[in-house]
Design a protein. Sequence first.
Length: 114
Amino acid sequence: MNSPSPKDILPVLTDETSLKILKLLDGKEYSIQQIAALLKLPISSTYRKVHRLEQIKVIKKTKIVRNIDGTDESFYTSWIDEILIRLKNNEITCKIKNRPQQDKILRLWQSFKQ
């Protein structure tokens, strides 16, 4: 997987709201509606931030749940283990090390244990 360019990742790392979302999703799964409620953010802003974080591959969609009213609700989690930013020969590079993907059955079992 290609890492995002510095011009893509650096604005996210300096955006307070994006960092709050990343922190909230560390080791947990939440829907956009839950993220907005927990962080007291407007839903439209939350959609934009989550979409951007997903585009640069620092969070990922973990599941989609069909609600009683027929709408789908997506859940997200943090997917980063490490972000490396390097300045060498007057060039900035970024590398994202993603967490290993967890087996879906193992994740399901862990959710039952909680």
